[in-house]
Design a protein around this ligand. Structure first.
Ligand code: 6PG
Length: 474
């Protein structure tokens, strides 16, 4: 039986859970930990002791519940999916009115909404919070996107604030809305993460296959870009990955890695939700699809053989300073468009789900701790501070930046396309931009077709109302 009353219980002591315990305990909050694998509990107890924190390890959920002071906070850091439901089912009869269950995993926000509804009337407060930053973030400061009942957040806030990353002293945590709001925002974060990574990979592809640069040269370029407008964690680690040697062979490690990217699903969720909301996030979609295509290694090898005879135009990229600066500008511009898409999805969801997502605050809490942390998020926060816009591409600062950079993006996509170098995310960003800024598009033709074959009706440009035309029989 546990001895001391602690502030919070953590269920699931895998890498993320254990690091969260260390983080919470290091800030003076007594923590109780439970994991079905007892070894992990023992190791963790030693580690927390080592940093002078207060920690109780228990062998069951009921012991955990007794070891936490009321109102009890039980934070689950377990794999998303049925295990979360199992833990809730086991915890519910043990907890009392006013106690809080927190799911801190990468959970589908639809599940959080469902679980919140299922617990209605139980007196328990259910929260889904998105935690970004991987192992190091969990240990030393994560970006935390909180959702759930506001009264639960008021109780959780001191702990979440303490364990959050800091940007110039400001904790990267915020309450974003009821039920699934936190998990939704984390999902969009991951969709943007995919887009960011894919666009960087495409620029790498241009440098490698269009300019024949070696990894050391590319690493230097990315490290230099990390000093400028592209400054971000992902650009920084790109420089590091490109410079790394394989300890066994001495070769560049990046060249030995199979080009088939994994995915756990959150990027895919982001684009599925974007589609459901009718807020096409084409750059995010291209990034998710690129990962899927990358995993079809055998088919790609076969296609490479079948189409080996095709001769693409010689790449027209320039490797001098101006040429590299053009790639930098192209990436910066496409990045603005990708983020504009991600934020537009959140803006639409905010209305549909009644969350009132604070977009500027979201940009602010992504400035440190999370995977997409960057200088650029400061600009987005500042953009929203100046007033609400339907899309970041309409915010005056971004209008100026995109107007300046679109030529570089257009030339980069064109050169890559002519040379047969795939740039699915960069070209999706450009196409979205061109589509978005065209006052009269081509959907009039689509509407005509729909009305012809299905009497789906259309609106006219010259008068109000809904019309159906008697088209010639075809
Ligand atoms: C984070 C990350 C993290 C994500 C991994 C793996 O914010 O810390 O988004 O939550 O799960 O990056 O994602 P994939 O396996 O789907 O690439």
């Amino acid at each position: 039986m546990a001895q001391a009353a602690t502030k919070i219980g953590v269920v699931g002591l895998g890498t993320m859970g254990a690091n969260l315990v260390l983080n919470i305990a290091s800030h003076g909050f007594g923590t109780t930990g439970f994991d079905p694998v007892p070894d992990k509990v023992a190791d963790l107890a030693k580690a927390v002791g080592g940093i002078g924190g207060s920690y109780v390890s228990v062998g069951s959920l009921s012991e955990m519940v007794q070891a936490i002071e009321a109102p009890r906070i039980v934070l689950m850091m377990v794999p998303a999916g049925p295990i979360v439901d199992q833990q809730i089912e086991a915890l519910t009869p043990l907890l009392s009115k006013g106690d809080i269950i927190v799911d801190a995993g990468n959970t589908d926000f639809n599940d959080t909404i469902r679980r919140t509804k299922a617990l209605e009337g139980s007196g328990l407060l259910y929260c889904g919070i998105g935690v970004s930053g991987g192992e190091l973030g969990a240990r030393y400061g994560a970006s935390i996107m909180a959702g759930g009942p506001p009264e639960a957040y008021a109780i959780l806030e001191p702990i979440l604030s303490a364990i959050a990353a800091r940007h110039e002293g400001e904790p990267c945590v915020a309450y974003l809305g009821t039920d699934g709001a936190g998990n939704f925002v984390k999902t969009i974060h991951n969709g943007i993460e995919y887009a960011d990574m894919q666009m960087i990979a495409e620029i790498y592809g241009i440098m490698r296959d269009g300019l024949n640069l070696d990894n050391a040269a590319m690493s230097k370029i990315f490290s230099r870009w990390n000093e400028g407008g592209l400054q971000s964690y992902l650009i920084e680690i790109t420089g590091v990955v490109l410079a790394e040697k394989d300890p066994e062979t001495g070769k560049d490690l990046v060249d030995l890695i199979v080009d088939s990217a994994g995915q756990k699903g959150t990027g895919r969720w982001a684009v599925i939700e974007a589609q459901k909301l009718g807020a096409g996030a084409t750059t995010l979609e291209a990034a998710v699809s690129a990962r899927s295509i990358s995993s079809r290694l055998q088919e790609r090898a076969q296609a490479a053989e079948v189409y080996a005879g095709l001769t693409a135009t010689q790449p027209e990229f320039a490797g001098d300073d101006a040429g590299i600066a053009e790639l930098e500008a192209a990436l910066e511009t496409a990045k603005i468009i990708a983020y504009a898409q991600g934020f537009a999805v959140m803006q639409t969801a905010s209305k549909d789900y009644g969350w009132e997502l604070p977009l500027g605050t979201i940009a602010r809490i992504w400035r440190a701790g999370c995977i997409i942390r960057s200088r650029f998020l400061d600009d987005i926060a500042a953009g929203y501070d100046k007033g609400s816009v339907a899309n970041l591409l309409l915010a005056p600062d971004f209008v100026e930046r995109v107007s300046k950079g679109e030529g570089a993006l257009r030339r980069t996509v064109s050169r890559a396309t002519l040379a047969g170098l795939p740039v699915p995310a960069l070209s999706a960003a450009l196409a979205y931009f061109d589509d978005y800024r065209r006052a009269r598009g081509t959907a009039n033709l689509t509407q005509g077709q729909r009305d012809l074959f299905g009497a789906h009706t259309f609106q006219r440009t010259d008068r109000e109302g809904t019309f159906h035309h008697k088209w010639p029989a075809v």
